[in-house]
Design a protein around this ligand. Structure first.
Ligand code: DGL
Length: 265
């Protein structure tokens, strides 16, 4: 049971992708209490309509708000592009969104191009297109949707031959010599860095927005006192479950610490 006397930081995702952000937060904010919410009844989001996603996110966040939260991280690029503004209007606590880390990639200043991997919805959305436009980087940034990776992650499949074929096929027309970096613009995609490395040459940098998001979060909250023993709560589409449910994913990330790549290899 959640103790009402403590206040949690909520992490929301359609499924297991946000665990990659949570795991990083456990390292950066070791005294905070976390509530992880996966909308597993409705994953994947990225090939749904905006209307459907908005309704799923609003319903999920309402469930989360039954608990004492000091901030919510939308640990999902897709949910952020559809629902962040509506949530900020509705709730008083900080709502921290995520977007593909195109900005740090562009700021690397390399003349070679950047490839953004994300869900279908994220790449179709105006929010993403505006981001690239504001950076004046339309000629420099290419986008590749890899929607199927979301369900591979949900099924805890990071190496099957079917997955390998999907990755191979997705990258078949990419000439890596044209590129300097890959932006992991979906939180589910961090689990696949090992398999990516089988297809992507070593000069490519992997960039994600995890650390930037958590730094932003850290500036928006009152931090827990040093020495507080961290608690971890977990919900699946509104149902409170043991945090053991997400433990295999946390363990996987621990075994593959190179998963956390932020702005370079
Ligand atoms: N993890 C999510 C993201 O960062 C969305 C995955 C999905 O449900 O399609 O975009």
């Amino acid at each position: 049971m959640i103790e009402k006397a403590v206040s949690y930081i909520g992490f929301f995702d359609s499924g297991v992708g946000g665990i990659t952000v949570l795991r990083k937060a456990q390292d950066l904010m070791p005294h905070e209490h976390f509530l992880y919410f996966a909308d597993s009844a409705n994953v994947p989001y990225g090939n749904r309509s905006k209307k459907e996603i908005l309704s799923c996110v609003l319903e999920s966040i309402e469930q989360m708000m039954r608990f004492p939260l000091k901030a919510i991280v939308l640990a999902c690029n897709t949910a952020t592009s559809v629902a962040a503004s509506a949530l900020r209007e509705k709730y008083d606590i900080p709502i921290i969104g995520m977007e593909p880390a195109v900005k740090p990639a562009v700021l690397e200043g390399d003349p070679r191009k950047i490839l953004v991997l994300a869900t279908e919805l994220t790449l179709k959305e105006k929010k993403y297109k505006d981001l690239v436009k504001e950076l004046n980087a339309e000629d420099k940034v290419d986008a590749l949707p890899m929607q199927d990776l979301v369900m591979y992650a949900e099924e805890y499949d990071f190496e099957s031959s079917e997955l390998t074929k999907y990755v191979d096929k997705s990258f078949a027309s990419v000439d890596w010599q044209d590129y300097k970096s890959v932006v992991l613009g979906c939180t589910h995609f961090l689990y696949f860095k090992s398999i990516f490395k089988k297809f992507i040459p070593s000069h490519i940098h992997y960039i994600d927005g995890h650390e930037g998001t958590l730094n932003h979060l850290s500036n928006q909250i009152n931090k827990n006192a040093f020495g507080t023993k961290p608690k971890l709560m977990c919900m699946l589409s509104g149902l409170e479950v043991s945090s053991e449910v997400i433990q295999p994913y946390l363990n996987y990330l621990d075994r593959k610490t190179s998963m956390f790549v932020s702005t370079s290899n």
